[in-house]
Design a protein around this ligand. Structure first.
Ligand SMILES: NC(=O)c1ccc[n+]([C@@H]2O[C@H](COP(=O)([O-])OP(=O)(O)OC[C@H]3O[C@@H](n4cnc5c(N)ncnc54)[C@H](OP(=O)(O)O)[C@@H]3O)[C@@H](O)[C@H]2O)c1
Length: 230
């Protein structure tokens, strides 16, 4: 199984990369990253596994390179774990941060998943998995700069799901609650207990990848069971 993971050097992306390489010894991974230092750490953790890395520091200027890397990899699945936390109350949300949130949470995921979708169209087969968020299903306080773009990503996933179905393309989204990653450092408040581990998201990805052809899961909501959402 050939799997592309975008945002592989993020905490959830790393957990997915390690989990898949452990559970699927036959897997080949194409790991998209920006941060060279984090890439070196992941490379070390994946020593002996079939993993190659592709930098996406300036993805829009390097479409040909990325498309060529995707198509020669003949992927079975594309997983987006790119995104970033921008938290502000409605009255404090700044336009500059809105652009940055749009880029990280929607534009780059759209662009890369669209490139993968084009390959899957040609192959008449493929699985796109978006790591979205419960913030893509529901608005939360301090989410003025975050929730709208996660909603937009759900919109894209819904369109891809319906358009892709007739071409053998599967589209799934995972909507995790709060996960213990570096993103928490940016959140205005973090509950002391009940936080998910990145490995739980990885386990959900693995579950989706193992579904037989006759079964599909479009949306998988992975909530923090002890948290009360307001
Ligand atoms: N942590 C949570 O509580 C939580 C809950 C629900 C959903 N999520 C979602 O899960 C995904 C992964 O988040 P995480 O918690 O693992 O955070 P993380 O460790 O910060 O990982 C985010 C990843 O996205 C990449 N990235 C950010 N902005 C980018 C951009 N403009 N272009 C290209 N790559 C970019 C980062 O690359 P670099 O390493 O180069 O910075 C990193 O690999 C995000 O979409 C996040 O919204 C997180």
């Amino acid at each position: 199984m050939n799997i592309i993971i975008a945002g592989a050097t993020g905490d959830i992306g790393t957990a997915i990369s390690l989990f898949i390489s452990r559970k699927h010894p036959d897997a080949n991974l194409l790991l998209l990253f920006r941060d060279e230092a984090r890439k070196q750490i992941l490379k070390k953790q994946l020593e002996g596994q079939n993993a190659q890395f592709l930098p996406i520091t300036d993805p829009f200027a390097n479409e040909e390179i990325i498309l060529h890397a995707f198509s020669s990899f003949t992927p079975h699945a594309f997983i987006n774990a790119i995104g970033d936390g921008f938290y502000a109350k409605v009255e404090d949300a700044k336009l500059g941060l809105m652009d940055a949130s749009y880029e990280a949470n929607f534009k780059v995921p759209f662009y890369l998943s669209q490139l993968a979708y084009k390959i899957f169209l040609k192959q008449k087969n493929g699985h796109i998995i978006f790591i979205n968020s419960v913030s893509g299903l529901e608005g939360f306080p301090y989410g003025a700069l975050y929730c709208p773009f996660k909603f937009a990503l759900k919109g894209l996933a819904d369109v891809m799901y319906k358009e892709g179905k007739r071409y053998g393309i599967r589209v799934s989204s995972i909507y995790p609650g709060i996960v213990k990653t570096r993103l928490l450092n940016k959140m205005p408040f973090v509950p002391k207990k009940g936080i998910l581990r990145p490995e739980e998201v990885a386990r959900a990805v693995d579950y989706l990848l193992r579904l037989p052809p006759e079964a599909e899961v479009k949306d998988l909501v992975l909530k923090n069971c002890t948290l009360t959402w307001r």
